[in-house]
Design a protein around this ligand. Sequence first.
Ligand code: ATP
Ligand code: MG
Length: 326
Amino acid sequence: MKIAFVGKGGSGKTTLSSLFIRHLAAAGTPVVAIDADINQHLGTALGLDEQEAAALPAMGDRLPLIKDYLRGTNPRIASAGTMIKTTPPGEGSRLLQVRENNPVYDACARPVELDGGAVRLMVTGPFTDADLGVACYHSKTGAVELCLNHLMDGPDEYVVVDMTAGSDSFASGMFTRFDITFLVAEPTRRGVSVYRQYKEYARDYGVTLKVVGNKVHGQDDLDFLRTEVGDDLLVTVGHSDWVRAMEKGRPPRFELLEDHNRTALRRLRTAADATYGLRDWERYTRQMVHFHLKNAQSWGNERTGADLAAQVDPGFVLGEGVVTPA
Ligand SMILES: Nc1ncnc2c1ncn2[C@@H]1O[C@H](COP(=O)(O)OP(=O)(O)OP(=O)(O)O)[C@@H](O)[C@H]1O
Ligand SMILES: [Mg+2]
């Protein structure tokens, strides 16, 4: 299952994604955690100290390796140099799985021990101004998008992405890559305006979007969110002393997380799992082709000097069970 946490800066994306990742790990579930947020804090939210977090390999620095591996023997992709963030897989491409070892994980993922088991953590690396542009060839989130577009994931295994709701993710199609998107919103006008904008973008793409209210104190906050987002409000989280203790560098055992927050995490998982039945690999593949053609035309062809539309393998549908070359 592919799950994104998005929202306004400071809303609690990193906090809630890290709690959700801990919740999955505590149940012994395989997780790949990806930090694609502008402010790279997922590692520390998962308990790494600053030094360990700074030593994590950046996916953005390893794009050539990622592209070369995923390209495999796909004859439609002449070189890693002509592969852009939206280049879709086709016959001969290598696909990724959550539970396997592969050169992409070797280069970009590091294990993080949590109560209950280890997860794999991958980080895009710190963003520069150029990364926030729409047409970015070396885009950091592009590394994530390529991985998602080459991922065959089944139920009971999770990729959780902490992500910025920026123009980059809308132009590239990244926002359509998830089974469910949790939009973290504080009960404020700005918090819900990001929700409205996201909803508007997502409208025509069958994106499952649910709001997770954060820092919700009392009835007035709850009423505000209910009025503003209606049925899209999935659950709310209040101030957490557990989170505060963790921020002080004194993380309690995860089982000591407050009951109401644990209940909220269970509801997130239930909502995510319920989307499995809505999976449509054909639509998923069609959408990546759609965004690839759009990006090819608007900047990719010019940038690479190739006709990137020719990279599309018309007969290919990504899905569980697609055979990938060794
Ligand atoms: N439910 C909560 N209880 C206590 N503290 C919280 C809670 N949610 C968020 N915080 C605190 O609020 C601050 C911002 O949260 P966080 O870093 O998760 O937000 P973010 O959306 O990822 O921000 P950024 O845009 O900077 O990446 C952090 O100090 C975090 O510990
Ligand atoms: Mg963050």
